[in-house]
Design a protein around this ligand. Structure first.
Ligand SMILES: CSC[C@@H](O)[C@@H](O)C(=O)COP(=O)(O)O
Ligand SMILES: [Zn+2]
Length: 218
């Protein structure tokens, strides 16, 4: 069974919303980033951004629907995102996932670089951890970091290996983050929470360094 026109248009409208919101925050520099929303689980079909588009703009050629093998379900000249396979891995690994968002930001890149040589970034006791759906007091989260393999099947396999149901995101070193949620509302909340935590932590390290330098020079 193929997604109906109504289902596609609903997914495309939601992708427009998410895309414009993230674009306003400069989360798609240089055409980077890709977004998807699941339309149906069995067989898997999802709407995904077309490759190489300027994601700060809306056009009638922004999205297409792909199947479980990341192939377009329609006859179209549009190319799905080069990283569609990663979205497919998310939907196959977590059947409850309904949306998957990927952005490149300065903060998520900095965090992945700061923890160079390590396979994860960890943070504890921040209120925004609740934005990830983790309500335990003083919770600690660990966000896996994978290397930025140029070969997408290798990158997708690396992500698949480290992703967990507890923490809905994986960092790619010096590249960006993939996050997901039950629907687009939840995936957006997760992405915003991650980005807050990355920026907070990077700024905190910077301030702490400044304070240490001041106290040692005085
Ligand atoms: C132009 S840099 C970004 C790309 O290499 C890629 O990582 C990316 O996020 C966007 O690729 P796309 O094929 O447009 O979905
Ligand atoms: Zn990317």
């Amino acid at each position: 069974m193929t997604a109906t026109l109504e289902q596609r248009l609903d997914a495309f409208r939601r992708l427009d919303d998410a895309k414009l919101t993230f674009a306003r925050r400069d989360w798609f520099p240089g055409t980077s980033g890709n977004l998807s929303i699941k339309i149906q689980s069995d067989p898997l079909q999802f709407a995904v951004t077309a490759s190489g588009k300027d994601k700060t703009k809306l056009s009638p050629e922004d999205y297409l629907v792909v199947d479980q093998d990341s192939h377009p379900v329609d006859d179209t000249a549009l190319k799905p995102s080069a990283e569609t396979l990663i979205h497919a891995v998310v939907y196959k690994t977590f059947p409850k996932a309904g949306a998957c968002f990927h952005v490149h930001t300065v903060w998520n890149n900095l965090i992945s670089e700061l923890y160079f040589g390590q396979r994860a970034f960890s943070i504890q006791g921040q209120e925004l951890i609740k934005g990830l759906g983790i309500w335990e007091e003083n919770a600690r989260i660990t966000v896996p970091i994978v290397e930025n393999f140029a070969d997408i099947p290798t990158l997708a396999a690396a992500i698949e290996k480290v992703m967990t149901p507890e923490v809905p995101g994986v960092l790619i070193r010096n590249h960006g983050i993939y996050t997901w949620g039950g629907n687009d509302f939840e995936a957006k909340r997760h992405l915003e929470a991650f980005e807050f935590l990355f920026e907070y932590h990077a700024r905190w390290l910077q301030l702490r360094q400044a304070v240490v330098s001041t106290t040692t020079t005085n």
